[in-house]
Design a protein around this ligand. Structure first.
Ligand code: 3AL
Length: 174
């Protein structure tokens, strides 16, 4: 699917296709649909990023809170979204040793306790060891630094999801 095809989607189809480019936040593509026509895929990404940037800090934290923990409860219970499952598997989050899993769980809890939102990182751009290291380091940051950093990661995840969708067969069926 190219940008010309994206531009002619009804809002129902647009939300159907792009509804989870920001994890569990279909409101974002639903809002951004009204910015059509997009001159390019980059322009679609920019519209999403601008919408996110315009949110109050509570809204940005809300976006972070819609993200499942890495190697967390949803992975164990099989309730991750398709996108998140693929990303977590790609980073090896479904194949942690018991030691790594215990460390990840402890650090995830420490992070959430300190900031009130979960640790978010673009799993497809990081390997297991880098994720654990960043989680440990980022626990030491100030809250405002982490809110900004988490949102930067959300935008990276979003960009990769859009690119995956536009290359996949799924979107051709519409
Ligand atoms: N917590 C967190 O970073 N979650 C995610 N990261 C990612 O790439 N996919 C996710 O679901």
């Amino acid at each position: 699917m190219d940008i010309a095809a994206v531009n002619v989607l009804s809002y129902e189809d647009f939300v159907d296709v792009f509804g989870n480019v920001v994890e569990k936040c279909p409101l974002i593509p639903a809002a951004v649909w009204s910015c059509r026509p997009f001159v390019s895929v980059k322009a679609l990404e920019a519209a999403i990023n601008e919408f996110i940037d315009a949110l109050p800090e509570s809204g940005k934290e809300g976006i972070l809170r819609c993200h499942p923990d890495l190697a967390g409860r949803d992975l164990k219970s099989g309730t991750l979204t398709r996108e998140s499952l693929e990303e977590q598997a790609e980073a090896g989050m479904d194949a942690l040793s018991s030691l790594e899993a215990a460390r990840m769980a402890r650090l995830n809890e420490e992070y959430k306790k300190r900031f009130g939102f979960p640790f978010v990182i673009c799993a497809r751009m990081n390997e297991k060891a880098a994720i654990l290291q960043q989680l440990s380091e980022r626990c030491q940051n100030e809250r405002i630094v982490e809110r900004t950093r988490g949102i930067e990661e959300v935008k990276k995840i979003c960009r990769l999801r859009i690119h995956t969708l536009l290359l996949s067969d799924r979107t051709f069926k519409l």
